[in-house]
Design a protein around this ligand. Structure first.
Ligand SMILES: NC(=O)c1ccc[n+]([C@@H]2O[C@H](COP(=O)([O-])OP(=O)(O)OC[C@H]3O[C@@H](n4cnc5c(N)ncnc54)[C@H](O)[C@@H]3O)[C@@H](O)[C@H]2O)c1
Length: 264
């Protein structure tokens, strides 16, 4: 029960990674506000998680909706301790084929939405001198993956926003960190990832597999807990080694030839 008595808001918690985080937080003793723009999945999730969970329909990129999240959270639980900015949308479009509309839509949700919700709750946390904010970034914000111009730029923005928030909010007792997932098996990755994408990940990720949503939730519990009190402005990659990986090949020192030994 590492989060006993805490109140957490998790955006995009109707399914996928956000739902796994909400489940883990309830298991660890927290009250959880499940925010999603899809009311049906939010209600289903809250019902499944029991009386310490509460659903709010809201689009994180709309100012009035953000006000609704704050009002409903305070109305129901009276305070907030933890915010997880998880809601986001994916996009895979080649750079030359990307439209301004799609680029702005992805940035508006992933980056501007994160900014809006974080600012609204950070004001409340600053007034009480305690808070934990966890932003869900992505490996696509750290590496130049094919088709990830809008998505990658939005997630790189989230990482930098996190650092500025961590610096400015440190004296108010608020820790701000990122979790950057590698490929995670969720409904969206099952639909969006082609066979080629999956094969590329299996080749490039040292652990040769997708992660599970629960593995992101484990990191989110840690960063929200007292064990992470001195961690702020950090990006915790949960990626099976994807970022660390350089050349990967089966190396046999006896059988391998040097370039100079190859005649031709
Ligand atoms: N799945 C992966 O491989 C992966 C990898 C790296 C990062 N991420 C990030 O993790 C987060 C969750 O991803 P997921 O795979 O669980 O996605 P998902 O699509 O399965 O779930 C996202 C949830 O967010 C909600 N949502 C989307 N836009 C919203 C908005 N504007 N306002 C409120 N709710 C909104 C959706 O309705 C959905 O319930 C995203 O930020 C994503 O970019 C995912």
């Amino acid at each position: 029960m590492r989060l006993s008595g805490r109140t957490a808001v998790v955006t995009g918690a109707g399914r996928g990674i956000g739902l796994a985080i909400a489940e883990a937080y309830v298991r660890e003793g927290a009250n959880v506000v499940i925010v999603d723009r899809d009311l049906e999945v939010a209600n289903d999730a809250a019902e499944r998680l029991g009386e310490r969970a509460f659903a709010v329909r809201a689009d994180i990129s709309v100012n009035e909706d953000v006000e609704t999240i704050v009002r409903e959270t305070i109305g129901r639980f009276g305070t907030v301790d933890i915010l997880v900015n998880n809601a986001g949308v994916g996009a895979t479009t080649l750079f030359l084929e990307s439209s301004r509309e799609e680029f702005e839509r992805v940035v508006r949700i992933n980056l501007t939405g994160t900014f809006l919700v974080a600012q609204a709750f950070a004001r409340i946390m600053a007034a009480k001198g305690y808070g934990r904010i966890i932003n869900i970034a992505s490996l696509s914000g750290q590496k130049g993956g094919v088709g990830r111009s809008a998505y990658g730029a939005s997630k790189a923005g989230v990482e930098l926003l996190t650092k500025v928030m961590a610096v400015e909010l440190a004296e108010s007792g608020i820790n701000v960190n990122n979790i950057a997932p590698g490929p995670i098996l969720t409904e969206v990755s099952k639909v969006m990832h082609t066979v080629e994408t999956r094969d590329a990940y299996h080749r490039l990720v040292p652990q040769r597999r997708y992660g599970e949503p629960s593995e992101i939730a484990d990191a989110a519990v840690f960063l929200a807990s007292d064990d992470a009190a001195y961690i702020t402005g950090h990006t915790l990659n949960v990626d099976g080694g994807f970022l660390a990986a350089g050349l990967m090949f089966p190396f046999d020192p006896k059988a391998s030839k040097r370039l100079g030994q190859i005649s031709e």
